[in-house]
Design a protein around this ligand. Structure first.
Ligand SMILES: Nc1nc2c(c(=O)[nH]1)N[C@H]1C(S)=C(S)[C@@H](COP(=O)(O)OP(=O)(O)OC[C@H]3O[C@@H](n4cnc5c(=O)[nH]c(N)nc54)[C@H](O)[C@@H]3O)O[C@H]1N2
Ligand SMILES: Nc1nc2c(c(=O)[nH]1)N[C@H]1C(S)=C(S)[C@@H](COP(=O)(O)OP(=O)(O)OC[C@H]3O[C@@H](n4cnc5c(=O)[nH]c(N)nc54)[C@H](O)[C@@H]3O)O[C@H]1N2
Ligand SMILES: [Mo]
Length: 755
């Protein structure tokens, strides 16, 4: 029986990419740029002498070649290069209380900020101030704070290596290691989980490895929306007739079929390439069980073959020579019964055995993963099960094999590399101290959740945000919003107005900065910045466009301005550093030897790759071994899930994190709305609901009101809503205890008919 779909909801039958993507690019240009000559900017993106796409962290083929941009990259650039402006007059017309009631989309869609702003409590308005006044106000407040550990220095991963390095330098000279950053809400499970297993918290593969892989497993990520340039890589794997196994609760079109907008043949014949060779709709949070199941099937088959005198399916040499912990893992797998694996994963034993068979039949295997793995109560463990699986057949540190975390922001990995971390190593701090003659604090600082908790509890007094929109990105707005309002000082360094700017503290400043697409002139002329992608490639990015306003400063210059106003006795040569970014890079090299010849190597088109020991089987663990790891989330024979339904929060196709470009989610068939809850048909039938019913989504005493049910190809027991709207269902304390990543994708919920 076909029911009539509610408004704005229909099935999407097409492939990912194709004409729909080209049309969306045209619409993004029309909507944000009009007939602006800046449209040319798109052509400078990801070119050797152009700027790095601010969209995602997926690498480019050598970063030197073809014109390569994607639909969502185009949205990211047009959103930044728009001629729309928020002038001081705008704030004369709108109070902050009024703006608070605007949508996130409307706030950012007003355009680029043009001048430094200071909040005036008496008029409830932002007012233009000079840079000198802004810096002086901030400096005075920061000097008045008794303990530097009462200040939170947040970064969102768009900042360049140069800006991030200066930011941590300033904060450490000031006296704290409080570095909450977006990766604490994102891949922190990777940063915690991978080093224990392979000695480094980064992916081990390069783009070339995909040319040599015999199997790619995509688990917990949605590249059609979030890493669209990856589809070309997956397409090439498919065209070589190699399998791609997908493990994901939702059927995502970008993992099924792709029509490459850059392939004339596919476009003209309207033909698409299949991506997934098999698609396994795991239950939300069921990956630990699923992967353990795959290992169990592999070990069982191996035992049979060895008993028959056949060749082992395991890479016994690798296990013996390179690893420790195999016996414990084997015992743990043997002790995990199939019925528990099936109940927890939501997959059949046959399906799991099938994955295992393809796995052991493939010589070189890459596993790619994203937020579907990390943003769980057991995110760190899930990552370690992925490395366990790879180790069993030696799929680590050789061509065509390894682990591939899909990082989020375009330079989030680089930010961490150059020192944005609340738990710095002694080696790093002592080299930093030596390079600058400062004395960095040794006490560890706050991650993102701990920072917001400290603000909530009144122990943190000030927040300086280098990009991002933390109040909206964080879980639990019920606690997070008041936490921001209670501060003495809140400073947002950003390109566009967002809700975090509106959470005014006793003193609030909004400092507008250059975007990556814009020219950055300093004392010695035009500067370029550098970024590191998901595969540890570092390369240069040069802005090409005229800045949105003459008053904008670069992130580096803003940090230097705040630093000089805060620390009159500073020993850092701020003016020299921001006058010539080569000098910043020289200092990065002095502190981090892996950046040797930084200024030279980054000027070679395509840049250079930072050392990743595990890519060459150099394990930077304390005992120089790779580690099989056993964690115990499945020891208890607890019911698969106490709650009937587990909610995951996901991104729509027309959004970049908290930036909502538009109200559509094309590949999931949603147009003009975001108030939907994706559900499984059998689940809602059992609960007595119909497609199109309006429900309140309830988690304890938290409620996301009035969501329209959309029957979707999603696994039993799993439901999905959009981020950030659904953050009100998640408590600040709901985190993976290992990494402190909020459990954005394991929220037990119930549905109630809306009144
Ligand atoms: N256009 C665009 N690009 C982006 C972003 C954006 O918002 N827009 N954000 C950037 C950032 S910061 C990041 S971190 C990345 C995010 O990129 P992704 O990691 O792709 O992020 P999500 O949209 O959260 O998608 C999660 C996927 O995991 C699946 N999933 C959810 N729970 C589970 C589970 O328990 N198990 C499994 N196996 N799968 C699960 C969901 O069905 C969904 O397909 O993208 C980056 N790129
Ligand atoms: N429920 C739920 N919550 C989540 C997630 C989820 O999947 N579900 N994902 C989490 C993840 S993976 C992440 S990374 C976080 C994202 O958290 P954030 O990184 O804090 O958020 P963004 O939305 O990326 O930040 C957008 C803002 O950045 C500013 N901006 C844009 N470009 C620039 C620039 O070049 N320089 C500067 N200084 N500012 C700029 C703009 O003002 C814009 O408003 O959200 C997390 N929150
Ligand atoms: Mo992210």
């Amino acid at each position: 029986m076909m029911e009539k779909e509610p408004e704005g909801i229909e099935n999407y039958e097409g492939p990912a990419g194709g004409w729909g993507a080209l049309k969306a690019v045209a619409e993004a240009i029309k909507d944000q740029m009009g007939l602006s000559p800046k449209t040319r900017a798109l052509l400078d993106m990801n070119q050797p002498d152009g700027f790095d796409c601010p969209g995602c962290a997926w690498p480019d083929p050598k970063h030197t070649s073809s014109f390569d941009f994607c639909e969502n990259g185009a949205k990211a650039v047009t959103w930044e290069a728009t001629p729309k402006r928020v002038e001081p007059q705008f704030f004369a017309e709108h109070t902050v209380s009024e703006l608070w009631n605007w949508s996130d989309h409307d706030l950012e869609n007003q355009g680029r900020l043009t001048t430094p702003l200071r909040y005036n409590r008496a008029t409830d308005r932002f007012e233009a101030v000079s840079w000198d006044e802004a810096f002086a106000v901030i400096g005075k407040r920061l000097r008045a704070i008794a303990d530097p550990n009462q200040v939170e220095f947040y970064t969102s991963g768009r900042a360049s290596n140069e800006a991030a390095f200066l930011f941590q330098l300033f904060a450490r000279e000031y006296g704290t290691n409080n570095f909450p950053d977006c990766s604490n809400m994102c891949h922190e499970a990777t940063s915690v989980g991978l080093p224990r297993a392979i000695g480094v918290g980064k992916g081990t593969v390069t783009l070339e490895d995909f040319d040599h892989a015999d199997l790619v497993i995509c688990i917990g990520h949605n590249p059609g929306t979030n890493h669209p340039r990856m589809l070309a890589t997956l397409r090439a794997v498919s065209l070589r007739n190699k399998p791609i196994i997908v493990i994901n609760p939702m059927r995502e079109r970008g993992l099924e079929r792709f029509e490459n907008p850059q392939s004339p043949v596919e476009m003209l014949t309207d033909s698409a390439t299949r991506l997934a060779s098999s698609y396994h709709q795991v239950r939300v949070g069921g990956d630990v069980a699923a992967i353990k199941g795959v290992m169990k099937a592999l070990l069982e088959e191996d035992a049979l073959r060895v008993a028959k005198g056949e060749e082992s399916l395991l890479d016994r040499d690798f296990i013996a020579n390179e690893t420790v912990g195999f016996d414990a893992l084997k015992a743990d797998i043997e002790n995990t019964p199939w019925d528990r694996i099936v109940a927890r994963s939501g997959l059949t034993e046959a399906a799991i055995r099938d994955i295992a068979r393809v796995y052991w039949s493939s010589s070189n295997v890459i596993i790619c993963y994203g937020m579907g793995i990390t943003q769980h109560r057991h995110g760190t463990e899930a990552i370690q099960q992925l490395t366990n699986l790879l180790f069993l057949r030696g799929n680590m540190g050789r061509p065509g094999a390894g682990i591939c975390p899909l990082r989020g922001h375009s330079n989030v990995q680089g930010n961490r590399t150059v020192g944005i971390t609340e738990i710095p190593s002694e080696t790093f701090l002592s080299r930093l101290d030596q390079a600058f003659g400062i004395k960095s604090p040794r006490q560890h600082g706050h991650n993102a959740v701990k920072a917001v908790m400290a603000m909530r509890d009144g122990t943190a007094k000030a927040f300086i945000g280098l990009g991002g929109n933390l109040a909206v990105a964080m879980s639990d707005p019920q606690a997070t919003f008041p936490a921001f309002k209670g501060l003495d000082l809140s400073v947002q360094i950003c390109t566009k107005l967002n809700r975090t700017c509106l959470l005014t503290a006793e003193e609030t400043l909004v400092l507008p900065c250059l975007g990556r697409s814009e020219q950055d002139y300093q004392a010695t002329g035009l500067q370029f910045i550098t970024v590191e992608d998901s595969m540890s490639m570092v390369h240069a990015s040069t802005g090409r466009l005229k800045p949105a306003s003459e008053q904008l400063k670069s992130e580096c210059a803003i940090i230097a301005g705040i630093a000089k106003a805060t620390l009159p006795q500073t020993v850092v040569p701020w003016d020299a550093l921001i006058g010539n970014y080569d000098l910043i890079r020289d200092k990065i090299e002095e502190v981090l030897p892996d950046f040797y010849d930084y200024n030279k190597r980054v000027r070679v088109p395509g840049g250079f790759r930072l050392r990743v020991g595990a890519s060459k089987r150099e394990w930077d663990t304390p005992d120089r071994k790779a580690h099989f790891l056993v964690m115990d989330s499945m020891v208890e024979d607890e019911p698969a899930n106490e709650a009937k339904l587990t909610l995951m929060t996901v991104r729509a196709h027309d959004q970049y994190n908290t930036t909502v470009y538009g109200m559509n989610d094309r590949y999931r068939g949603i147009t003009g709305r975001r108030d939907v809850l994706f559900v499984n048909a059998d689940d809602i039938a059992e609960l007595g609901f119909n497609n199109g019913d309006v429900v309140d989504v309830v988690a304890g005493d938290r409620v996301l009101p009035r969501q329209t049910l959309v029957v979707h190809a999603i696994s039993r027991g799993s439901v999905a809503a959009y981020y950030p709207e659904a953050n009100c269902l998640i408590g600040l304390e709901d985190v993976d205890p290992e990494s402190w990543v909020p459990a954005y994708k394991s929220v037990p919920v119930e549905l109630r008919r809306a009144q």
